[in-house]
Structures are given as C-alpha cells and as structure tokens.
Design a protein. Structure first.
Length: 60
C-alpha cells in the first residue's frame, strides 16, 4: 500500500492560502469592500428577507 504524501498536501494548502491572500490584496487595490460570504449586504434586506420592501400600513 502507498504511503500518504504529506508534503504534497501541505504544498497544496500553502498554494491555496497564497492565492486567497493575493485575491484579497487585489480586491483592496481595486477599492472594492470585501463582500460577505452569504452574499447579503449589511442592512440591505429587511428581517423577512425581502430586499428593500417598505413596511405595509394595515390602516390603509
């Protein structure tokens, strides 16, 4: 049975980390703010999940 190649796994992990860091620096250089992982912006959606819907007045 073959033995695991730990140095290969470590190198791949380091390369992924380096790519992620470079992408972050590139975004900063472009002047764009980091986007949240879930794709929503802070305060852009109402608590019910609908973007930009005004509250409905039940008296109308």
């Amino acid at each position: 049975m073959a033995t695991p190649n730990y140095s290969y796994e470590k190198r791949q992990k380091e390369l992924a980390k380096k790519r992620k860091k470079e992408e972050k620096l590139k975004r900063k250089a472009e002047g764009k703010p980091d986007e949240p992982e879930d794709g929503s912006e802070d305060g852009a959606e109402s608590p019910d999940g609908q973007p930009g819907t005004p509250p409905v007045d039940p008296a109308v």
